[in-house]
Design a protein around this ligand. Structure first.
Ligand code: SDX
Length: 424
């Protein structure tokens, strides 16, 4: 094993280098504080690995994304979302028997306990569906208490995968004052979600094949992304021993932020603003460059991808075909393309290596499917759910896992005596 040498205040220590299967390396600093009394400091953890993982590999320089070794391009075009769920969670692509059994379990666990419908009634119709989703997922632990044995944990994993799409669709129906549409066992996973979203009790609804295919691809593209903000949150919460539902609920909340999964709905709001401004893309590019202006080009930039986000490439390359298949002509797509072209000609973006990320084009497809803007991040959560589950499961089974408890460098007041109020 290689070592890094650190010399501090005349003391020299050797720190082991951990090498991954894709030749990434990390300096193992677990002994640093004990040996030297000092810690590392890395706000935002941009240079800090929290774990060793077997789930997803990203090469940010070359736009590589693989799940358990399979390139995202192959999975997005050839696999089903349920297959990718199985791959992420259990580590291998399922055989046809395994896939049938998995689908059967997901189908027969998609109903919610009838009492949970009362929770929806307590929310105002204007409640953001991400807040509803995180609360409802957390509430599942009231009905399905956490048990440590693997079989019980696996059953809760199935329940969560099966019920999250029902919760999402029910929250949408509640927000528009329509009756809940229950899961239909003859539907595929993705078609069942769309059926619950758009069917009405008074007539039959056939899920358009094009919409189902487009959503299947988008769910796969969002399925996992190694140690992003929300996955790290799931691991952090789970590291305390918190149950699956509590951990995933925390991940949903982390994803809701506009710098993370919430960006996809902010992109559409930005494109609509540009449209209302007569398509003046340059005005928004100048705002994004202006340090005095808090505005950012939403859907642009990434902590890891520094040349392109392969997911954004796939979405952009299929957007024209998908919109045509859906019979939708959306001017926002042209505005997005114009914005991307204009931004990438600017030194500001090139110097900072800012390119469209997965959120830049995804909202345009959701919009074409008829999904309301405030549900876009819920769609992201539905796609990311198997990834969060896989990360939580790996964290729980990793003997190296300890409760996440980062340190700090204290910069506050040094010791001082309490003064009675009459002396202040
Ligand atoms: C997701 O981690 C993941 O894997 C996330 C994700 C996943 O699948 O889980 O890929 C999903 O969250 C994608 C990102 C969605 N967010 C957005 O699109 C919001 C807009 N983008 C950013 O705010 C930003 O780019 C981040 C949050 C994505 C990344 O932030 P970093 O890595 O902390 O980068 P930074 O904020 O330090 O920016 C570096 C520089 C700064 O300028 P300087 O201080 O060097 O002058 O680039 C600038 C930033 O001001 N910058 C932008 C910008 N993004 C970065 N300037 C204008 N517009 C932007 N979008």
């Amino acid at each position: 094993m290689q070592h890094a040498t650190l010399t501090l205040d005349g003391q020299t220590i050797e720190l082991p280098i951990v090498e991954g299967t894709e030749d990434e390396t990390g300096i193992d600093v677990t002994a640093l504080r004990k040996e030297t009394g000092t810690i590392t400091l890395d706000p935002g953890y941009g240079n800090t690995g929290s774990c060793e993982s077997h789930i997803t590999y990203i090469d940010g320089e070359n736009g590589v994304l693989r799940h358990r070794g399979y390139p995202i391009e192959d999975l997005a075009q050839r696999a089903s979302f349920v297959e990718v769920c199985y791959l992420l969670i259990y580590g291998e692509l399922p055989t046809s028997t395994e896939l049938d059994e998995f689908k059967h379990r997901l189908t027969y666990h998609s109903l919610l306990h009838e009492d949970m419908k009362k929770f929806f009634e307590g929310y105002p119709a204007t409640a953001h569906p991400m807040g509803v989703l995180s609360a409802m997922v957390s509430s599942l632990s009231a009905y399905y208490p956490h048990a440590e044995d693997d079989e019980a944990v696996d059953l809760n994993i199935i329940r969560l995968l099966a019920k999250l799409k029902t919760i999402a669709a029910f929250s949408y129906k509640r927000s528009i004052g329509q009756a809940y549409i229950y899961p239909k066992n003859s539907n595929s996973y993705t078609a069942d979600f769309l059926h619950m979203m758009f069917a009405v009790p008074s007539e039959d609804y056939d899920v358009p094949q094009e919409v189902e295919e487009a959503l299947e691809m988008l769910l796969i593209l969002h399925a996992d992304h190694e140690q992003n903000c929300s996955a790290s949150t799931v691991r952090m919460v789970g590291s305390s021993g918190a149950n699956l539902f509590a951990s995933i609920s925390a991940g949903i909340n982390a994803l809701s932020g506009p710098l993370h999964g919430g960006a996809n709905q902010e992109v559409i709001r930005m494109l609509e603003a540009i449209q209302e401004d007569g398509g003046d893309a340059q005005k928004y590019i100048d705002k994004a460059k202006d340090k005095e202006d808090p505005f950012r080009l939403m859907g642009f930039g990434h902590r890891v991808y520094k040349n392109f986000d392969p997911r954004a490439r796939i979405i952009k390359s299929t957007a024209d075909r998908v919109l045509e298949n859906l019979g939708v002509d959306d001017p926002l797509l042209d505005i997005a393309k114009t914005l991307e072209e204009a931004a990438l000609e600017e030194d500001y973006f090139a110097e900072r290596r800012l390119y469209p990320n997965v959120d830049f084009y995804s909202g345009i497809l959701y919009r074409a499917m008829g999904i309301p803007t405030d549900m876009y991040t819920v769609m992201f959560a539905m796609g990311r759910l198997p990834g969060w589950i896989a990360q939580w499961k790996e964290m729980r089974s990793d003997p190296a896992t300890r409760i996440y408890r980062p340190r700090q460098v204290y910069q506050g007041a040094t010791e001082r005596s309490y003064q009675p109020i009459e002396e202040r």
